[in-house]
Design a binder for this molecule. Structure first.
Ligand SMILES: Cc1ncc(COP(=O)(O)O)c(C=O)c1O
Length: 405
């Protein structure tokens, strides 16, 4: 079939594919444990529900400005002031269909075909595909010391004549690593000096553990004028458990935001007004749900770290935030895809192969589910991988028998 070059190079989102797989298995009645998920299980804040319901009840659900309704822009401006200590104007803000679309239209606004965008590895699965959608090239940067914490030297070494942008996601999906203040300072300074766009994907910035506080990239910027090439991305999906609402945003200079709005206007005409109203409700409403989610996730992280210690061959760096950890299972199997398939086939545990995030031998394990799911999921994995495990395992009344060594 004559599909476009771009269509032929873009692969399905592995995490969305896994969600589908989990749903199909569950429908069949299989007791699947989903450790591959990317969304909190807590309820959407009531203020969001009230706001969307009120607008729905008007029975007048119309087109809205393509770059976001004024009330949402106002809430984003207030958010930026509160969490970034930075005053911006409506022209500096765009609301999009999730942080995903905000990043996508940002890349479309700044990248030409063949140009390069750099991002530290392991990286979020969508960055390489988004670069391809622009006809551009995504370049992963691996820390020379083998950690999840890149240094400016690592980035510098990959910058070439085609480099136009850098994406930083901290705390990071999939590793949970939060980069140091020194790195923030270095990368902001480096991008300013080299006139590179710097996209800060801050979607997890308030989901931090061990008393860590979000790092504010603007503190390190020398240029805070309309020439600044710093674009900050955020959204309601993760911190407010509103993944299904698809509302995210970007803050940047007026020109880039205008270009993004033009692109978005022709792509989707902007996010639904209903969902924007819900986001306004969440952003302006009672904030306690964010902290209670954070506390739950920190506790879940601790449980998962303790359980992973019981494996002989697993190495894992304790996450600083998010709801993921990225564990090295290469002592069991070097091909992460194969290992992930094995775990779903044998013990009905879903994990995301590290290869999707640019690092083979690893699995991304989520701890956004319940403690029971985490415990049972890791126990099943241990049973499947440990050669000294007993021959049989019961999942409810279903008996699994090892037919592998
Ligand atoms: C690093 C990162 N950025 C952006 C997004 C997209 O978030 P949204 O649901 O708001 O589109 C995700 C979602 O998984 C993510 O992990």
């Amino acid at each position: 079939m004559s599909l476009s070059h771009i269509a032929k190079t873009i692969s399905a989102s592995p995490t969305l594919k896994l969600n589908e797989k989990a749903a199909i298995l569950r429908e069949k009645g299989d007791p699947v444990i989903h450790l591959g998920g990317g969304e909190p299980k807590s309820k959407v804040p009531m203020d969001a529900i009230i706001a969307i319901a009120a607008h729905l009840n008007t029975a007048e659900i119309r087109y809205a400005p393509a770059d976001g309704i004024p009330a949402l822009k106002k809430a984003i401006i207030r958010y930026t002031e509160e969490f970034y200590n930075r005053k911006v104007n409506v022209e500096n803000v765009i609301a999009s269909g999730g942080a995903k679309q905000a990043i996508m239209v940002a890349l479309q606004a700044i990248l030409n075909p063949q140009e390069e965008v750099l991002y530290p590895a392991p990286y979020w699965v969508s960055y390489p595909e988004m670069a391809k959608l622009c006809g551009a090239i995504g370049v992963p940067v691996y820390a020379e010391d083998g950690t999840f914490y890149p240094r400016i030297k690592d980035i510098e070494m990959k910058v070439g004549p085609y480099t136009r942008a850098v994406i930083i996601n901290s705390p990071n999906n999939p590793s949970g690593a939060m980069y140091s203040e020194e790195f923030y300072s270095d990368i902001v300074d480096f991008c300013e000096r080299r006139e590179l766009w710097l996209i800060m994907d801050d979607i997890y910035h308030r989901l931090l553990f061990d008393g860590k506080k979000p790092i504010n990239c603007y503190n390190y910027a020398k240029d805070l004028t309309e020439n600044s090439k710093l674009i900050v991305i955020n959204g309601v999906s993760k911190q407010y458990a509103m993944t299904g609402f698809r509302i995210g945003w970007a803050v940047g200079n007026k020109k880039v935001i205008e270009a993004m709005a033009n692109i978005q206007g022709h792509q989707t005409s902007g996010p639904s007004v209903l969902l924007q109203k819900a986001a306004v409700g969440a952003l302006n409403g009672i904030q306690s749900s964010v902290e209670s989610l954070r506390v739950t996730l920190e506790n879940n992280r601790n449980v998962m770290m303790d359980l992973l210690k019981s494996f002989d061959g697993v190495n894992v760096t304790k996450p600083d935030g998010t709801f993921y950890c990225f564990a090295d299972f290469s002592n069991y199997e070097k091909k992460s895809n194969k290992l992930s398939e094995f775990l779903i086939d044998k013990v009905l545990v879903l994990t995301v192969p590290g290869g999707e995030f640019g690092l083979e031998g690893y699995l991304r394990l989520s701890y956004c589910g319940t403690i029971k799911e985490i415990q049972e999921g890791i126990e099943r994995m241990k049973w499947a991988l440990d050669p000294n495990s007993p021959n049989e395992l019961y999942i409810g009344d279903r008996k699994l028998v090892r037919d592998w060594s």
